[in-house]
Design a protein around this ligand. Structure first.
Ligand SMILES: Cc1ncc(COP(=O)(O)O)c(C=O)c1O
Length: 379
């Protein structure tokens, strides 16, 4: 059997990782500023994480959601405390798309409505509703194109308010920092205006924190920078440092109904052990503060590079979620960074480098990237 060939691949086989470094099967080491697509939050191969996941596996890997799982309760408590959402409820799933799928279902169940507002350039995943609110017709199959969604430019509050005033919108879904869309940021005025308009018209506000959340922006959630409090928050990626997991944080205004939501694997014992270990390490090693400090340093140095060098058009982002927009395609730049400097970066569109490193990135590692990028752009 062949693999279904949907991924354009680098010809590299990563076999080992530690911190922000990964090694291929030939023993070459790479600096990982991509974090396996923003998934590695506390760093590769963290000893505490390995110990906790291992210990849980020795005990019990999985049992279903038909019995009490104290690890889920511990996780809800710890996540509530870490995020400042103590009074919210937690529903655990397996991926980001599934988290958004459940957010949208909850919003529709609660309001009885079917329309959704989403942002231009948004990416929310590939399952049926998640892909429908994703602004990329190439990945929306005809069966998913059910005309539930109106796409509007991020930050154009007037347009969003006009649609909301029609009174038939169940949810607005936004990424406060768009990832796939190229690290584009919602403004405070937009986010606060949108929250107020949602309240006015009985619409649910969903923040997709799958990529920008869990400490990546230098605060636990990116929407904290904008001083808003969404009704529903979706999380995934960094939540379990590579163990497949997602979740929805649900405001106390939502009443749980037996059987309305469900999943076989979601919130299983092993996933919870991984997620608990992540929260322990984030706190013990002050990784969110580190993301803020190293992120600020990178943003400042990159802005300087934009002024003094060639090819950088704009630098955007917060914490360790950084977009470097170029006036040339990113393809050659990324290849040179890998081939000549052994540095992995992410990308967006055709001309944006996207940095999504583990949150434990050190200053010397940031410096290594800065000098490599300067050299590549000069060449
Ligand atoms: C903002 C955002 N939402 C949703 C998703 C989908 O997550 P998953 O691939 O885990 O389904 C992603 C994945 O890149 C994302 O960046």
């Amino acid at each position: 059997m062949n693999l279904f060939d949907v991924y354009p691949l680098f010809n590299i086989n990563i076999v080992k990782g530690f911190g922000c470094t990964v090694w291929d099967d030939k023993g070459t080491s790479y600096l990982d500023l991509y974090g396996g697509h923003a998934v590695i939050s506390i760093g590769h191969g963290h000893p505490y994480y390995i110990k906790k996941v291992n210990a849980q596996l020795q005990q019990l890997g999985f049992y279903s959601n038909s019995v009490i799982n104290p690890l889920q309760q511990q996780l809800a408590k710890k996540l509530g405390k870490a995020s400042g959402y103590d009074d919210y409820q937690l529903f655990l799933v397996n991926s980001g798309a599934e988290a958004n799928e459940n957010c949208l279902k909850l919003a529709s169940f609660k309001t009885g409505r079917k329309r959704i507002l989403s942002a231009s350039r948004a990416f929310h995943g590939r399952t049926s509703l998640a892909v429908e609110v994703t602004d990329n017709p190439q990945i929306v199959a005809p069966i998913n194109d059910n005309h539930h969604v109106t796409f509007l430019p991020l930050n154009d509050l007037e347009l969003w308010e006009k649609e909301l005033a029609k009174g038939d919108v169940c949810a607005c879904i936004i990424e406060c920092i768009q990832g796939v869309g190229g690290i584009r940021m919602a403004t405070k005025a937009f986010a606060q205006g949108l929250q107020a308009a949602c309240k006015r018209y009985g619409t649910i506000l969903i923040c997709d924190e799958i990529q920008c959340g869990y400490g990546r922006s230098g605060k636990f959630f990116a929407h904290e920078w904008l001083d808003i409090k969404p009704d529903l928050i979706s999380v995934a990626k960094g939540i379990a440092n590579g163990f497949p997991m997602g979740g929805v944080l649900i405001s106390p205004d939502f009443k749980a109904v037996y059987g309305q939501l469900g999943t076989t694997f979601g919130g299983n014992h092993l996933a919870c052990a991984a997620a608990l270990a992540v929260l322990d390490v984030l706190e013990a090693e002050k990784l969110i503060e580190n993301a803020c400090v190293i992120g600020d340093y990178l943003l400042t140095e990159l802005a300087q590079m934009q002024l003094s060098g060639k090819h950088i058009v704009e630098v955007r982002g917060r914490g360790l979620m950084i977009g470097i927009e170029l006036d040339i395609p990113h393809k050659d730049v990324r290849e040179r960074l890998i081939d000549h400097h052994y540095i992995f970066t992410g990308c967006a569109s055709t001309n944006i480098l996207r940095l999504l490193p583990p949150l434990c990135l050190r200053k010397d590692e940031a410096d290594r990237f800065l000098s490599a990028l300067a050299e590549v752009l000069k060449a």
